[in-house]
Design a protein around this ligand. Structure first.
Ligand SMILES: [Cu+2]
Length: 182
């Protein structure tokens, strides 16, 4: 068997997760070390993070995101090595049917407060999954904040039957049309 030269410290968005042995750079090492205060970082903590185990192409990530700082922080995007792409979703009542869609403006975590991500409400959507996520799997998620920083945490997958609202991509102007079932 040929010995492959290891691609060192290269993170490709499309790469499959290589397993739990990946040595990440220390998550709590601030990249913008010149920042005079921690406020410009994404100083959020995520409690009870979990994702819904699935063998489908998308699933949700949940938890309670706390902001102990004195300024609101908005999560503007998220990514995961376990997903081809991620979106920030909300669940809304569309003509009597609960559907999920991208949350315009991102997820605001209020100063001194928290934002709860739960099935049937706001959540992070993992999409274009390259592989099933099985109960017990660990899923790393990185959220980018409007402060310029990011925060990374590990969610554990568990079985859950709820939170199965159909996905309706944000498409202004087609509110009344019924998208073909996917
Ligand atoms: Cu969703």
């Amino acid at each position: 068997m040929p010995i492959h030269k290891r691609s060192f410290a290269t993170i490709g968005a499309g790469l499959l997760a290589l397993g739990a042995l990946t040595a990440c750079s220390s998550d709590d090492t601030a990249e913008t070390a010149t920042s005079p205060t921690a406020a410009s970082e994404c100083a959020l903590t995520v409690n009870d993070p979990w994702v819904k185990a699935t063998d489908e192409e998308m699933t949700g990530a949940f938890g309670v995101i706390e902001n102990s700082g004195d300024a609101d922080i908005t999560i503007t995007s998220a990514s995961s090595p376990s997903a081809g792409k991620m979106e920030i979703h909300e669940v809304v009542d569309q003509d009597g049917a609960m559907v999920m869609q991208p949350k315009a403006g991102g997820l605001v975590v209020p100063a001194g407060g928290s934002a709860e991500l739960k099935p049937g409400a706001d959540h992070l959507m993992l999409m274009a999954l390259p592989a099933p996520i099985e109960a017990g799997d660990e899923v790393e998620i990185t959220a980018v904040c409007n402060t310029g920083g990011s925060v990374t945490w590990t969610s554990v997958a568990k079985p859950f039957e709820g939170g199965a609202e159909p996905y309706v991509p944000m498409d202004e102007g087609s509110m009344e049309s019924s998208p073909s079932a996917s």
